[in-house]
Design a protein around this ligand. Sequence first.
Ligand code: NCD
Length: 334
Amino acid sequence: MHTTIATRLNHSMSLPQLNNDGTIRHFLGVEGLNRTQLENIIDKAMGYFDKEGRLINTDELVGKTVMNLFFENSTRTRTTFEAAQKRLGANVLNLDIARSSTNKGETLRDTLWNLEAMSADMFVVRHSASGAAHFMASHVTPNVAIINGGDGWHAHPTQAMLDMLTIHRELCLRDNKSFDELSVAIIGDIKHSRVARSNISALTTLGVKDIRVIAPKTLLPKGISRYGVRVFEDIDKGVADVDVIIGLRIQNERIGSPLLPSTSEYFKMYGITDSRVALAKPNALVMHPGPMNRGVEIASSVADGEQSVILKQVNNGIAVRMAVMALAMRGQGK
Ligand code: NCD
């Protein structure tokens, strides 16, 4: 049955990422989730691998309709969300946003309400506007879940959780270490990166005490040290003895601008090269959310090297997205 506008507006007044008992209802950001909640997501994702480390299928979303609303381009995130939905048994609808009514002037709220009328149980949304997923969560019918697939410069919570799962599988389990003991360096365009913001938040909540950000001043947001991170402009000092190096994409449109004089200059100053990886701990992980620019933020030999877990991140993305969607559906009481 359809709810009235009044019910919707009432509902929107209390923004509901979590139920009163702490279970997940929408997945909008990692902020506001505590360590146990993040560990539950990691544990749930671990349950989607069999003994050989291959992904399994379940029936947790059988009979449920999930709509993927990607207002902004994406390859990895959209495809891994879809792979995850299919592994959970959902009916999947991918909206052709390029040709959608939002281009004809329809508001995001009207688009949402029309799609809800087609019996959606969950929306995965990526949008260039920060706050789009929160906006949708506060206007959606109760019992419909919103999952944030990346909003503006703000948050990319499933990327952060797949990065946490990768660190857990590839480092904590391998070396019997806990997050509390790790040093993590994030290198690149921190200022415009929703991945950096969500990762800093997830790492902090999971207990990482040594988080370093490495970037030229022009690519660092003001007041970044308030988040409890250490700022390095010198990459060699920044990567010294870290357990994890996370590279971020340099948006090509920023190259040649006053923010970044040239590609070769950037690579010389901040590129993740073999000699820089050698300054980190032996067997340190090299990560990148993709898409990566080889020869700009990372050397090809590092991207394809033994310490790179970049393709494992992609595979872990399916498990984490399965976990988050299954938990949200359960948290909606479905
Ligand atoms: C990131 C994104 O879109 O925020 N990529 C991704 O989701 N795999 C990072 C980026 O675009 O640089």
